[in-house]
Design a protein around this ligand. Structure first.
Ligand code: ADP
Ligand code: MG
Length: 179
């Protein structure tokens, strides 16, 4: 299957998931994430706001806040994605339909990135929505890159391009993959 078809098929399968399935998988993945050795020892966490059937990150964000961690969110401007810290509780939808902080400050350094993905393979290569935002963001960054996804998003083999940034860990509701 070519890359475009694979991307389209997985996005469709994910959008067709029912709420209960997403809730259950997200709860399992959140538990696994917080059980990862050393996961809570960092200070700054970059976490996406989930949409379109992605693993729900609300509970991850809540737990990180309870632990007193700094939670940063992705915000895109043109081709660039920034890590931003909200200045209040006001969020609005961006052009993709993702919730982004209305008032924010941009952060340069990030310890842990929770990476959304459309597909990944057993070598932890990643395929995104096809805009390369995370590839550019993660390039030359020293941070722990943790992908979270539904198990059906893990495929046998992707063909990574030279700019693709692989993940360090991938967590699904069924398994944990490591590099
Ligand atoms: P995704 O990772 O979202 O699935 P791709 O890997 O296909 O998307 O990347 C989409 C586009 O982003 C590519 O055409 C590529 O040229 C561009 N891109 C990705 N990373 C970089 C980078 N580090 N520098 C410049 N362009 C990049
Ligand atoms: Mg890529």
């Amino acid at each position: 299957m070519d890359e475009k078809t694979l991307r389209k098929n997985i996005i469709k399968m994910r959008e067709d998931l029912d709420e209960a399935t997403i809730r259950l998988s997200s709860a399992i993945i959140t538990e696994s994430l917080f059980s990862l050795k050393g996961f809570t020892e960092f200070s700054t966490y970059f976490v996406y706001n989930s949409f379109r059937g992605e693993v729900d990150t609300n509970e991850i964000i809540n737990r990180l806040k309870i632990l007193g961690k700094t939670v940063l969110y992705p915000l895109t401007k043109g081709d660039t994605m920034y890590a931003v810290k909200p200045e209040d509780n006001s969020f609005e939808k961006d052009k993709f339909g993702v919730y982004v902080p209305t008032n924010y400050s941009i952060f340069d350094s990030v310890d842990v990135v929770i990476v959304p993905l459309v597909a990944c393979d057993k070598n932890l290569n990643r395929m995104g929505f096809g805009k390369g935002y995370y590839d550019r963001f993660l390039r030359n960054r020293k941070c722990l890159k943790i992908g979270i996804c539904h198990d059906f998003q893990v495929v046998d083999e992707l063909c990574p391009k030279e700019w693709d940034v692989p993940l360090d860990v991938v967590i699904t509701e069924k398994r944990i993959l490591r590099r």
